[in-house]
Structure formats: C-alpha cells, structure tokens
Design a protein around this ligand. Structure first.
Ligand code: SF4
Length: 256
C-alpha cells in the first residue's frame, strides 16, 4: 500500500527571493531576520555607496549635468556616502549610473518601470519583490513583437559575472511580472544584471518553461523553511551578518 505523504504544516507563509536566499545561506539568520526581528545596531556605511547608486538609478530621468550632480549630492548626503568611501571609489560608479541611463533608457522613458513591486502566489505561499528596472517590450498593432523589453537588476559589488542565484532571481521576477501582465512571455524579454562598478550588463535568456520550473523549485524551498530547525551555518558569510557577535549569535566563535 502506498503511504500518503503527510501534508506540510504551513507556519511561515510569505517569502521573497532575498528571504529564501538568506535561508539557504544560514537558516538561523533567516529566523532572526524574519521572525524574531531583534533590534541590532547595523553599520550601514559599507552599503551606503550601493544604496546611493540605486537611488540615482531610480530617480534620474534625464536632464542637465547640474541636475544630475544635484541628485547625486542628495543621495550622497542622505546615505552619508563620503563618511566611508573615497572619491576614487565613488566617481567611476557615478559615471556608470549616468552612462547606463544614456545607453539603455534614453528615448524609452514611456516604457520604463523602476522599482516595480509585484505580489504572487506560489502554491500555498505568497511571494513579493521589487524589480529594479523593466523596459516594456514593444508590439505593433497586430501584437507582433517589434523590440524586446528588458528585465534588469542592479548589483553594486562583486564580480561582473552572472551567478546561478542571480539567474534564479531574474526568473522569479519574470514569474512575478507575468502575474501582472499575463500576455507577456519570457521570449519578449532580455534579462540581465547590470554591474554598476564595471559598467557591464551581463545578459541571459530563459523560456517560459524555465520560469514555471523555477516556481516549483521556489515552492520546494519554502517547504524546507516550514520543516527547518533554524540551525546556524557559520562560515565566511558571518562577516556580513548583522547578528554576528551579538547576544543572538556568535558566528564561527560560539556554540549558540
Ligand atoms: S552570524 Fe553566521 S551563523 Fe550566526 S546567524 Fe549570522 S550567518 Fe548565521
């Protein structure tokens, strides 16, 4: 007799791509970050340049050099960039933000969505996310594709190399987009990660079957969270963890 699988008890029902990514790196960090939510002092200075660049990419809609410099200054002040970073780190990044706009967005403003939020159901779970940039595909009056759109995420650190988790992120985002624009297909888009530091847009392609398979995979990962005991996975990532060395976790140095 075939035994029926016991249904999974759903204790946690909302997941983002980044949440699942945290869980896969360290289940304990996921539990702290998304369930316990303790208040910890986070030194944001290292991330300030990336955050300011994201702000520039979000708000720059074209204009004069003076207006661009003004926006840059606002973002730098808001995120206290110069407290941590040197001008030689900052200037190339800023130039690249502007160059990206000139190369990809100029003249397409009416088709551009920045920081586009989506919500979708993944099996019994809810998932949401925010996409850095969508450029809508262009169709003629008969619905024939004239020009592919773009789905792009920005990265400010690391190497200009498309890793498996970045591909997964783009696939999940396309699934989110399809819930809002059901007639759009993966074949209507170019997918890419823009590495601001290197001024490099690294592209990839997917089919709709890839997207569907990714959703099934994402649901499996959400299932794993339900059954987890949230043990720590101490390693190199502890260096970037906000709970390392706090009362909540001693990272590689403790048995907690
Ligand atoms: S310090 Fe390391 S082991 Fe502890 S929660 Fe953070 S990543 Fe996990």
């Amino acid at each position: 007799m075939i035994k029926k699988k016991k249904p999974i008890e759903i204790k946690y029902d909302h997941f983002s791509y980044s949440g699942i990514s945290v869980f896969l790196q360290c289940a304990k960090r996921w539990y702290l970050k998304y369930q316990v939510k303790p208040t910890v002092e986070i030194d944001q200075t290292y991330f300030s340049l990336g955050t300011a660049c994201h702000g520039i990419m979000e708000y720059w809609k074209g204009g004069t050099k003076k207006q661009f410099l003004q926006l840059m200054q606002e973002q730098f002040n808001e995120h206290d960039v110069m407290k941590y970073w040197k001008p030689e780190d900052v200037i190339p990044m800023i130039k690249n933000c502007k160059s990206f706009f000139d190369n990809y967005l100029k003249g397409k403003e009416e088709r551009v969505h920045r920081e586009l939020s989506f919500n979708m159901n993944v099996g019994p779970y809810k998932s949401s996310g925010k996409i850095d940039l969508i450029i809508e595909p262009l169709f003629d009056e008969n619905g024939e594709l004239i020009e592919k759109g773009y789905l792009i995420d920005y990265k400010t650190s690391g190497k200009a190399e498309l890793k498996a988790d970045m591909r997964e992120q783009l696939q999940l985002y396309m699934a989110g987009i399809k819930t809002m624009y059901p007639t759009w297909k993966a074949s209507h888009f170019r997918f890419g990660i823009y590495f601001i530091r290197f001024n490099d847009l690294v592209e990839t392609t997917f089919t709709d079957d890839d997207i569907d398979a990714k959703i099934i995979d994402f649901e499996r990962k959400c299932n794993r969270v339900q059954q987890s005991e949230f043990n720590k996975n101490a390693g190199v990532l502890c260096n970037w963890c906000e709970y390392n060395g706090t009362e909540h976790c001693q990272g590689e140095n403790g048995n907690d």
